[in-house]
Design a protein around this ligand. Structure first.
Ligand SMILES: [Fe+2]
Length: 365
């Protein structure tokens, strides 16, 4: 049976092509994550049991493709068969939501001398950035195939000169090393002794210049001890997993309870320092908490607006530590293995979707 691949559906959604996405999974699976804008019908069990009328109650457009979605791309084929019999232009998504893990979209925004392209892994919510000034670009926290960043830069006539990570990631495999190699760019990582491959360390206060812009490193330990934010031209702050729009980075991964408490105290001081920057600073975080729509709207917020919410958590260090440690979410799946790979710099062969499965759990909100 004819199927469509993730790249085709991704492109249709990004281009605004007429398409209906029909999610046939159980409500429990849908609650984990979903494709923004998709219609949901709880038909998985009925389709699997071979019920011929599992989708009979649903009105669907006849003038556009209807892409059926399940977990791994099997039951969605049964759904498409039933719909094809009704004359609907149904086609299943190959690999289902598992393959959708690598789907992405973009949103662009100008920042003074620089142009920022936010590259979003829509399912996992990982946010990476291409920042360009006068045709020279820096890429922050790449979480997708290096070819994606190379193509996006190339389309715009930009050369990638620098690749930076904000910290050693625990929820996705860093593509920084591979991208820097492919682009012939300098790989900057926060100064630390965790990573065991060559990189250029960047310390608090150091700047990286490109075009007419510069990025200044601001050490922000807490989520991890090497966590660093990058301050673009004194107007935009790329916060990695330290500060989100409505939460802060979890300080407990790879830490004993005592270490987690100490890291939370360190995070408190880092956040106080960051919230002292001008209120009109635009914050670009490292994650979104929900699947990201194909709406071309950047996920960012003024520091002043974030402060009105998060600032109220920071009245006292003691209360902050107690409140954060009380709200730590479950650990992200496979994080031990992902950290190991990010420290060794190896990229495993083949399919990474199992390794990176599941939503981000880097935030306390
Ligand atoms: Fe993280």
């Amino acid at each position: 049976m004819k199927q469509i691949d993730v790249e085709t559906l991704r492109r249709w959604l990004e281009d605004g092509s007429p398409v209906t996405v029909l999610d046939i999974r159980s409500p429990e699976d849908r609650a984990q994550w979903f494709i923004p804008g998709s219609i949901h019908v709880n038909a998985y069990a009925a389709l699997k049991a071979g019920a011929p009328d599992a989708l009979s109650g649903i009105a669907l457009p006849m003038d556009r493709p209807v892409v059926t979605i399940c977990n791994a791309g099997k039951v969605s084929q049964v759904a498409a068969e039933q719909l094809l019999e009704r004359g609907v232009q149904a086609v299943p998504l190959a690999g289902g939501m598992k393959s959708w893990s690598l789907a992405w979209n973009t949103a662009g925004i100008a920042q003074g001398n620089a142009a920022v392209v936010q590259v979003r892994r829509t399912g996992k919510g990982c946010l990476s950035y291409i920042i360009a000034s006068q045709s020279e670009a820096a890429v922050l926290d790449p979480s997708l195939d290096p070819a994606v960043y190379l193509a996006l830069a190339n389309e715009r006539g930009w050369a990638i000169r620098h690749v930076l990570d904000t910290h050693v990631h625990a929820d996705h495999l860093s593509r920084s090393r591979a991208l820097a190699e492919a682009a012939g760019a300098v790989l900057f990582l926060p100064a630390q002794n965790r990573v065991r491959f060559p990189f250029t360390p960047i310390d608090d206060g150091q700047t990286i210049e490109f075009g007419a812009s510069s990025i200044r490193a601001i050490a922000a330990p807490g989520h991890t001890m090497e966590s660093t934010c990058y301050y673009l031209d004194g107007r935009a702050l790329f916060t990695g997993d330290t500060l989100f729009i409505s939460g802060v980075g979890r300080p407990d991964l790879h830490a004993s309870p005592d270490e987690a408490a100490e890291r939370t105290r360190v995070l408190y001081r880092s956040l106080r320092r960051l919230l002292g920057l001008p209120a009109d600073t635009l914050v670009f975080p490292g994650h979104a908490s929900q699947p990201i729509p194909f709406d071309r709207k950047p996920i960012c917020e003024r520091l002043g607006a974030i402060s009105t919410h998060i600032g109220s958590w920071l009245h006292s260090e003691k209360e902050f530590v107690a409140a954060i440690l009380d709200r730590i979410p479950p650990t992200p799946p496979n994080y031990v293995r992902i950290v190991e790979l990010n420290e060794s710099g190896q990229t495993p062969e083949g399919d990474l979707t199992d390794l990176e499965a599941g939503a981000n759990r880097c935030a306390v909100s």
